[in-house]
Design a protein around this ligand. Structure first.
Ligand SMILES: NC(=[NH2+])NCCC[C@H](N)C(=O)O
Length: 589
């Protein structure tokens, strides 16, 4: 299927050729086209061009208008104000454009990126033997949506879940389990995610208690760290038990999140262990890193501590141990030279921004990153409670992700149940929809604000039927499905010969922007731009319902068909857009 040229793009092309005909030196200049309330579009680009050419803007604009070809796409164009151009599109062009999108059932006319590459996206990276918290939720949700948008635009995407599965904290856990070997035995093979986490939690607390109270245990635990780093088989086997138990828990949470995470994409910190020594050698030999008080360090002119002294990135500690930075630098080598990525994307909390700034700069100095291979941190802000403070339980503990999700689903199920009788939903459908609405609400609240901003976690607001929520979008979708079911004989069918009402044009012109919006949201790693688009789409739909009846007996059959076509395309666009955000759209709600 050939990509659909958007109306705004055709208008741009018309204006650009009229501009070049009028003022050859302005050939190819951007007419700066925007949607407008006065007409369908307004072009603001003439003003700057006139200034540059020392011409009167209104006169220039008038000449350009005379050179614009009207008819098929542009119905009317006129000069307004100091030299703006107001453009009105023909109704036929709108309907024909939408019909072309409708015919492209899978992509709805969304173009492929002009130069797709390979992106490694690092997201959903919880830590072994630890509870997942709302920060991990953000990385998973934002990463999943970004990954889906990128794939849809034709990028090849490699997923990496860089889980925290290595480090000194494992010494104590492994030592404890070695001394209490049956504490992770599962009598029956199946363990739920919840049980797995509570097993890990119990072991962690017990090991901690011993570690703090018993000096000899502490010494044994420290020796374990050395054994682990040396890859001693018995130690590794115990370590593996913690990883496996944690994965049971992680996968149960991802399933609750209605998110597909593949085991093969989980390459934790331990996965780069073999590369650490070589990474350090390369950095030291090239002079990128230097020895300072025994540690291998990289220094930066602009990174200083409160005392004014430089704060280095420590690649290897003076005791020979490697840390988070060495692992991330090794992962960069792997992603650049083995996976052959053109972009490395990290969906990680903004509190780690300094770490990534230093790691990326180090990799650039080493020549691993450059103009062809770029790295970017998609940093996200903190999740706040209703009170605007970092999200904590009343007891001051970090809130467990699972509890939040369960509560969201409970509330959503109540909302769904309220209307269930009218819609005729079975108990099974109520539960399924409750899950999709609840999880969708949590995801959408996260995705609808720009990632860098902190956001308030407010369940009441999230499942509200009015306002910028996923439930509102899901209802918009389901309502269209109900109209389509009621349509009987009438089938959606585009009727380009019909004149359109204002609300139909507004809806149609917004549908025309879907491709550009997806392309922009993907290229800028900005799912919130897609969310905002979908919310506006649902709002246009609401206005359309107010002003235009779809199945009214007063409508000529052609009008019914064309309106069914419009709402069906709207529904498909909502569904496609929501799917790109990782949110389901139930058929009946
Ligand atoms: N390549 C990376 N460092 N990815 C981010 C890992 C996030 C880390 N596991 C955490 O929970 O904070």
């Amino acid at each position: 299927m050939a990509p659909v040229t958007s109306l705004s793009h055709s208008v741009e092309q018309h204006l650009t050729s009229a501009l070049s005909a009028t003022l050859p030196e302005a050939g190819g200049a951007d007419p700066l086209l925007r949607r407008s309330d006065r007409a369908d579009f307004q072009a603001n680009g003439i003003l700057a061009l006139a200034k540059k050419a020392k011409a009167n803007p209104r006169e220039l604009a008038t000449k350009v208008v005379a050179n614009v070809v009207t008819g098929d796409v542009i119905k009317e164009i006129e000069v307004s104000g100091p030299g703006f151009l107001n453009v009105t599109i023909t109704d036929r062009a709108i309907t024909e454009n939408l019909a072309a999108r409708y015919a492209d059932a899978d992509r709805l006319g969304v173009p492929h990126a002009p130069q797709p590459g390979t992106t490694v996206i690092d997201y959903a990276q919880p830590n072994v033997a630890k509870e997942m918290h709302v920060g991990h939720l953000r990385s998973a949700v934002i990463g999943d949506a970004t990954m889906r948008m990128l794939e849809f635009t034709g990028e090849s995407v490699v997923r990496r879940h860089h889980i925290g599965d290595w480090g000194t904290q494992f010494g104590m856990l492994i030592q404890y389990l070695d001394e209490h070997p049956h504490e992770l035995d599962h009598k029956d093979a199946q363990v739920s995610g919840e049980e797995a986490m509570s097993n890990l939690d119990r072991l962690y607390k017990a090991a901690r208690r011993l570690f703090d109270a018993d000096e000899e245990f502490k010494t044994r635990a420290r020796r374990r760290v050395v054994d682990l780093q040396a890859g001693e088989p018995h130690t590794l086997a115990i370590w593996q038990k913690f990883v496996d138990e944690s994965k049971i828990y992680f996968f149960s949470v991802f399933e609750k999140l209605d998110m597909e995470i593949r085991d093969a994409d989980i390459v934790g910190e331990s996965g780069y262990n073999d590369m650490l020594a070589e990474t350090c050698r390369l950095l030291e030999e090239s002079g990128v890193a230097v020895r300072s008080e025994g540690a291998l360090c990289v220094f930066f002119d602009d990174v200083k501590g409160p005392d004014g002294n430089p704060v280095p990135l420590i690649v290897q500690k003076s005791d020979g141990g490697y840390g988070y930075a060495a692992t991330d630098l090794s992962a960069i080598r792997d992603r650049v030279f083995d996976i052959k990525a053109s972009t490395l994307l990290y969906v990680v909390d903004a509190r780690q921004s300094l770490h990534f700034k230093m790691v990326f700069e180090t990799a650039r100095r080493a020549g691993w990153l450059n103009d062809e291979v770029k790295a970017h941190q998609l940093a996200f802000g903190t999740v706040l409670g209703k009170d605007g403070k970092p999200f904590k339980t009343r007891e001051g503990e970090t809130v467990k992700l699972v509890d939040l999700l369960d509560e969201a689903v409970d509330r959503a199920t109540a909302v769904v149940r309220d209307k269930a009788e009218k819609v005729g939903l079975s108990e099974r459908e109520i539960e399924e929809n409750g899950r999709y609405v609840g999880v969708g609400a949590v995801k959408y609240a996260d995705l609808s604000t720009s990632a860098v901003r902190d956001y308030k976690f407010d369940l009441d607001q999230m499942v509200s039927l009015n306002g910028d929520t996923s439930v509102y979008l899901q209802y918009a979708y389901a309502r269209i499905q109900s109209i389509l079911r009621k349509a009987g004989e009438a089938r959606p069918s585009a009727r380009p010969e019909l004149e359109l009402a204002p609300a139909e044009r507004a809806l149609g012109l917004h549908l025309d922007q879907f491709g550009e919006t997806v392309a922009e949201a993907a290229a800028e790693y900005a799912p919130h731009k897609l969310a905002a688009y979908l919310y506006q789409l649902a709002s246009h739909l609401t206005t359309f319902y107010d002003q235009c009846h779809v199945l009214s007996p007063d409508n000529a059959p052609k009008v019914v068909e064309n309106r069914l076509f419009l709402v069906d395309l709207t529904a498909r666009t909502l569904q496609r857009g929501m799917a790109l955000l990782g949110i389901r759209t139930p058929e009946r709600l």
